[in-house]
Design a protein around this ligand. Structure first.
Ligand code: FDA
Ligand code: NAD
Length: 460
């Protein structure tokens, strides 16, 4: 048995939602487009007063080898960044359907009803287990063959597990990861079970920093453990990191740096009670949150498509080494023209824009130029909000008041400004920063740039 579609999007995350919206803008016909996603969630956030269908969730009865007949809830694309932020708030937390794509870019909110009205087939709660790009077919875990003319790969990434670093215990009931709604529901449940308790956060990257802030807001005592000398080592300079670490300290967060965990103490109920570190210390724990990086979901395409930088290599039209297959979002390694390099970015803005660009290249090839993207990352924790544009390469010039509310930095490489960071700016400040970074202005005098600070971007 099987079905055939003109366009199939494999994956139902951020990029899939933005691609679907763009397809409708470009005139896709009902019945032509299908989205396949394995993402499921359980009923922890089911409202007592609203049926799940009105919450933007589809409830289906399933039967599989793991659980007997029961309800699983399948969820169409949503804005994943909400999961470490509004979703974890103790009061008035964000819940679906409020953050379905594409509200994050101030565009239409695509509820299950929207997909129905546009004749877009949602094949949810369904894992694709193999793909044959030569035959243009996908095989789902329930044995259905779905064929396509054009495939967009939007499979995103999976969270790395501790077991991949030789530590066991990921399946303990108070150890949490955070990649999807099911994970976020687990974090919410565990927070509620251990109010006022101790959390150990493993990893000092985005998940670690954003979750630690949310845990503190939930009155949980947090200790963060990571191998580097400071937090957010992939992006922050020591000076920027110390600015945020100082504030986290003031909120009671402890940092244990330069070490990793070696094992958990687990009680007879299967709960972690302490985290043992390689430096010999032991941290009592009521809960553990792990954020130690991701791996792009490329395995279905290994040996079929060209891979690079851990992802699927695409050209400036988001097209893979097979003409009928495109890749977008976290999984795509695409040419960043501005820096003359292929990059794979793990951020929501690039997921949205690569998706939109791929659909343009598919539906209106003659009107679509090569993708020309300025990398853009952001985060929001406590009352902080920062944005970063470009590349964090070369020499750094810090500006602003590092004991105040507005701080920033520029990165200068080969005599040009290539990257910029700002905490606490206005909309106009951020626009100026983005514009300036895209221009890559020549910098002759670094001391002068330091003196001008944000003023430099505002006058370019
Ligand atoms: P995404 O992971 O969103 O979706 C992939 C989808 O494919 C999933 O639904 C998955 O189930 C499905 N799939 C995979 N394999 C499949 C298979 N074989 N069969 C069927 N379905 C399959 N970025 C940022 O810039 N600012 C921020 O604040 C945040 N915050 C943030 C918080 C959290 C908790 C996370 C996990 C991530 C962020 N990010 C972020 C990163 C951002 O969310 C991320 O870059 C995008 O979600 C990537 O979008 P994709 O569509 O590529 O993958
Ligand atoms: P990350 O790459 O940002 O950070 C991983 C961290 O794991 C490193 O900083 C390091 O401290 C730590 N680490 C690595 N190996 C370790 C080990 N063995 N033991 C202990 N610590 C170890 O990844 P993440 O924080 O897991 O985030 C996952 C994904 O979600 C990323 O793609 C990220 O871009 C995305 N995300 C982005 C945002 C945002 O852009 N605001 C927010 C949340 C998540």
């Amino acid at each position: 048995m099987g079905r055939a579609f003109v366009y199939v999007i494999l994956g139902g995350g951020v990029a899939a939602g933005y691609a679907a919206l763009e397809f409708t803008k470009k005139g896709v016909s009902p019945g032509e487009l299908c989205i396949i996603s394995e993402e499921t969630t359980f009923s922890a956030f089911k409202s007592a007063v609203m049926p799940a269908s009105e919450l933007g969730i589809i409830v289906l009865k399933v039967h599989n080898e793991f659980d007997s007949y029961g309800s699983r809830e399948y969820v169409p694309p949503y804005e994943r960044p909400a999961l470490t932020k509004g979703y974890l708030l103790p009061e008035a937390p964000a819940r679906l359907p409020s953050f379905h794509t594409c509200v994050g870019a101030n565009e239409e909110r695509l509820t299950p009803k929207w997909y129905k009205e546009h004749g877009i087939e949602l094949v949810l709660g369904t894992r694709v287990k193999s793909v044959d790009v030569r035959r243009k077919t996908l095989l789902t875990a329930v044995g259905e063959t779905i064929s396509y003319n054009i495939l967009i790969i939007a499979t995103g990434a999976r969270a790395l597990k501790l077991e991949e670093f030789g530590v066991s215990g990921s399946d303990a009931e108070n150890v949490c990861y955070l990649r999807d709604l099911a994970d976020a529901n687990r974090v919410v449940d565990v927070i509620q079970s251990y109010a006022g308790g101790n959390a150990v956060v493993i990893g000092g990257g985005y998940i670690g920093m954003e979750c630690a802030a949310s845990l503190v807001t939930n009155r949980i005592n947090v200790t963060m453990v990571f191998p580097e000398a400071h937090c957010m080592a992939r992006l922050f300079t020591p000076k920027i990191a110390s600015y945020y670490e100082g504030y986290y300290n003031s909120k009671g967060v402890q940092f244990v740096k330069g070490t990793v965990l070696s094992s958990f103490d687990i009680d007879h109920n299967g709960k972690v009670t302490a985290v043992n570190l390689r430096d010999g210390s032991r941290l009592p724990a009521d809960m553990v949150v792990v954020g130690i990086g991701i791996r792009p979901n490329t395995s279905l395409f290994e040996g079929q498509l060209t891979l690079e930088k851990g992802g699927i290599k695409v050209n400036g039209r988001m097209q893979t080494s097979n003409n009928s297959v495109y890749a977008v979002g976290d999984v795509a390694a695409f040419p960043v023209k501005l820096f003359g390099e292929t990059r794979r970015l793990e951020h929501v803005d690039s997921a949205r824009k690569t998706a939109k660009h791929a659909v343009g290249a598919i539906m209106e090839p003659e009107k679509t130029d090569e993708f020309d993207y300025l990398p853009f990352f952001y985060s929001r924790v406590f009352t902080f909000s920062w944005q970063f544009y470009g590349d964090n390469a070369g020499e750094v010039v810090h500006f602003g008041d590092y004991s105040g509310k507005t701080i920033g930095a520029y990165w200068i490489s080969k005599g040009q400004l290539v990257g910029s960071f700002l905490e606490g700016g206005t909309k106009e400040d951020y626009e100026a920063l983005a514009k300036t970074t895209r221009l890559k202005p020549a910098i002759d005098d670094i001391t002068e740039l330091e003196t001008q600070g944000l003023g430099f971007a505002l006058t370019v």
